[in-house]
Structure formats: C-alpha cells, structure tokens
Design a binder for this molecule. Structure first.
Ligand code: OOG
Ligand code: NI
Length: 453
C-alpha cells in the first residue's frame, strides 16, 4: 500500500502554530502583542472594508501569519535547516548582507513561494549565519569555532525524519506530528549556557550577537512577529500598554496603499542565564517582540524609487531634520493610487475581470486600457520578504547599546550559498512569475471570449 503523505503546507501550518504556542508560554509579552494586533486588525477591517491590502484578511492567512528569526553558527547547521524547512514547503529566498549595518551575519528567509501556499500559511523564518571570519582576535575566533563544532542543535529523531521525508517523498501523519515536535526543540529557549561566564563575556565583547549564537546548545527563536493592518495604531496601543516600543517605525511612511514592509519592535528582555561552573545566574538579552504591516511587492523600478526616497529622508535627518517629517515629505514622490502605481509599473499585481459584460465585447488585448477603464481590477501582490535596512535597524535596537561596529570584509552571496548547499531564490523573479500567472489566466479568459463570438 502506498502511504498517504501530509501536505507540506499542513506541516508548515502545524509547525507555525506549535512555535506560536511555545513562544506564548516563553514570552508573555508576545501573548499581549497577539491580543493587541488582533484587536487593531478587527477595528481596521471594520473601518476600511475596501482597502487594497486587506485581501489577506479574507484569505484567512492574516490570523496565522507570523515570521520568526534565528541565528546559526555553522554551515552544517544552515544546510540542515534548509532541509528541515523544505519538509514544510519553505525555500530560501533572497540574500541579506547585515555586515554593512555592523552585524557580523548574512542571511536568507525561508518561506513558501507559491501563491496558494502563501494563502494557506505564509510562515517565514529569517535565518542568519554568523560570519566567524569577522572576529578579529584569532584565538577567540578559534575558540568560537571549537565551541560551535562540538554542539548538535538538532535532535537525532528530527534528522532521521528529514532523511525519511527526502527518501520517501513525504511524511505520514504520525511522522509529521513527530517531526513538528522534534524540530521545535531546536528553537526552544535554554537558560543554561554551554560556556563559562568568562568565555561568554569575551565573545560578548567582540559582538553581543556572537555570544548569542555561540554560547547556547541550540538556536532559540528570537522573535515571532504577527502582521498588523495598521502599525501606527498598533504602535500607539503598545505604548499605552507599557510595552517598550522603539520610537521609529522602520520602512516607508503611512500610506493609503501600503508598500513593502513597516516594522516596529519592543526592546529585548533581560533573561536570567546560568553559566558553566557558576553558582549564581547572569543575564542575557536576545529575545524581543516585533509587529509588522505588509504592503505590496515593488518591481525593480519601484524598489529603486523606494530606496532613493528612504535615502534622501535619512540624509535630511543626518542634516538635522525630523526623520518622520522628512520621510513623509520624501515619499510624496511615490504615487499612492493603484492606477498610477500600475501605469508606472512600480508594483506587482494580480488581475480580475471586474466588468464581465464589457470584457466580453473587447476585441483587442489591452490590459493597461482595461485597468484604466475599470474592466479589469487590480489586487496588489503582498511583499513576502524583508528589508535589509529595517532588518539592520531591528538588529541594532535589540542588540542594545549604540556602539557601532564596522566590518569591511565584503559580503559574499556565493559563500553563503556554498554553506547553504543551494542557491537562494530571487524574490523579484517570484513576484514576476505570480503576476505572469495572473496575466496568463486573463489571457485564457480573453481567448475563450473571443472564440465564443
Ligand atoms: C533578525 C532580524 C531581522 C526582520 O524582521 O527584519 C528580522 C534577527 O534579529 O535575528 O527579523
Ligand atoms: Ni523580524
């Protein structure tokens, strides 16, 4: 008998739910954040039933939508994570160099890539690999390498189940359930460090993040982020409830039609840690809370405009201007109505026939004209990825302190991919394909209408 396998989308949904349950128990503020975001989303939906980015709520994905972040120490750990995430239908998308922001890692995001899979559960995990070569002190670098080499962050059963999935092409219900429970262990918080306080402090002095990656027996999930439909309202609610939110929302300013990604976070928790051979506990800060609002995915042209405007706002700030005000002013140059955004090809869209009677009378393919005349309606495609500058801002605010590190060694996507043992996918190509699929469907409808005449 051929066994029936659980759909990868279902394993991902189970895993994301289990992770959320675990984090809720570990970090009470996360639970508070979920309640707050659910309330804000409810209110936003009631107040703006026709906003273009609210389609996410209809699909049901909004209620379960989360992203997490982890940091690992070795190529082996990274490559194994790739295999684990593949079981859940998640692929590495995009390459992010954080060294430019003074953080000694480079990263990718594991996420589903198909529209239907994203609609079911868009769970994504921002995954960073420590760049040990950026530790200047050779002796310390070797010590970190030795500590990392001696740990195994996956359970034996998790590794067995991944191999089984690769061999047989899927997991049965019982295996999938076991897989979720076993993999969860890798992301759990451990309050016992694997090193002495002295080693911890040496690594911590080189960079806080190095200590966070090296000194524990696995890779704790460091935040789990729900998606809000109104981050300004959510930010206010965070402050009202005494959650220590950072003062700047990262990313673009508030708009009628949101683009890319806006994020804010609350400061990392100071958590008690027991070091090796130590009677009294010390502390470690790593885990924090974050919320985000997602808007439409931008084309290369749209992204270039976004980058230029953000840069000019930062320059104005450096020259002494108020950042929020500079940002709003700069972004008046980014159109905020769907027709113009579409006409200028700044973002990716899906198309739907809005006026079937008029559509049936058309004799020439004229997508842009149909959109202008309201015969075809636009739904923006959601941005499913991250923004390196925001990510760097989030990293920095959570690493505490203001000491800026500068790393001159250039990042290397090629070496990251060698460590990952796979190429990372190009996010723009994925959005492009999604839009192309929608155009093809429309084309088929048009051809059918023509043939019926
Ligand atoms: C990851 C920070 C990046 C985001 O939302 O941009 C991130 C980390 O702190 O490990 O999650
Ligand atoms: Ni995040």
């Amino acid at each position: 008998m051929i066994p029936t396998f659980v759909d990868a989308d279902d394993i991902r949904a189970q895993f994301s739910a289990a992770m959320s349950e675990m984090y809720r128990a570990e970090v009470p503020q996360y639970s508070a954040l979920l309640d707050l975001v659910a309330e804000v989303n409810q209110r936003t939906l009631q107040a703006n039933p026709d906003r273009s980015d609210l389609a996410a709520a209809d699909s049901g994905r909004l209620a379960v939508e989360r992203h997490g972040a982890i940091r690992v120490g070795t190529p082996q750990e990274l490559a194994t994570l790739r295999r684990i995430f593949a079981v859940m239908g998640m692929k590495p998308v995009g390459y992010y160099d954080l060294a430019v922001a003074g953080v000694p890692v480079h990263s990718t995001a594991f996420r589903p890539t198909e529209f239907s899979a994203l609609q079911k559960n868009p769970f994504r995990v921002f995954t960073s690999l420590l760049r040990l070569e950026l530790i200047d002190d050779a002796a310390l670098r070797e010590e970190a390498r030795r500590i990392l080499a001696s740990r195994s962050i996956f359970t034996a059963r998790a590794l067995e189940l991944v191999a089984r999935c690769e061999d047989q092409g899927g997991l049965t219900r019982d295996e999938a359930q076991a897989f979720v429970a076993e993999v969860l262990e890798t992301f759990r918080w451990h309050s016992h460090a694997t090193v002495t306080a002295e080693t911890y402090h040496k690594l911590h002095d080189a960079h806080r993040l190095i200590a966070d990656v090296v000194c524990f027996k696995s890779t704790h999930i460091n935040h789990l982020t729900p998606r809000t439909l109104d981050i300004d309202a959510a930010q206010e609610a965070m402050l009202r409830r005494g959650l220590n939110a950072k003062d700047v929302i990262e990313g673009p300013p508030q708009r009628k039609h949101p683009i890319l990604l806006r994020q804010t976070s609350f400061k990392a928790l100071e958590e008690s840690v027991v070091f090796l051979n130590e009677a009294t506990a010390g502390t470690h800060t790593a885990r924090f809370g974050e919320i985000e609002q997602r808007g439409m995915a931008l084309t290369k042209t749209g992204r270039a405009l976004y980058d230029r405007l953000l840069f000019s706002a930062r320059e104005a700030q450096a020259a002494g201007a108020n950042y929020g005000k500079s940002l709003r002013e700069a972004f008046t140059a980014f159109p905020d109505d769907l027709l113009t955004i579409h006409a200028q090809e700044l973002a990716y869209f899906q198309y739907h026939v809005a006026d079937p009677a008029a559509f049936a009378k058309e004799t020439e393919w004229d997508l842009h004209g149909w959109v202008r005349r309201g015969i075809v309606a636009l739904t923006p495609i959601t941005y499913e990825d991250f923004l390196p500058v925001s990510a760097a801002g989030i990293f920095q605010s959570n690493l505490g302190g203001t000491a800026q590190k500068h790393y001159s060694a250039s990042a290397s996507q090629a070496s990251f991919e060698a460590d990952l043992q796979a190429p990372v996918l190009d996010e723009l190509a994925l959005y492009e394909a999604m839009q192309g699929e929608s155009v093809r469907e429309l084309k088929a409808k048009f051809d059918a209408a023509m043939a019926a005449r």
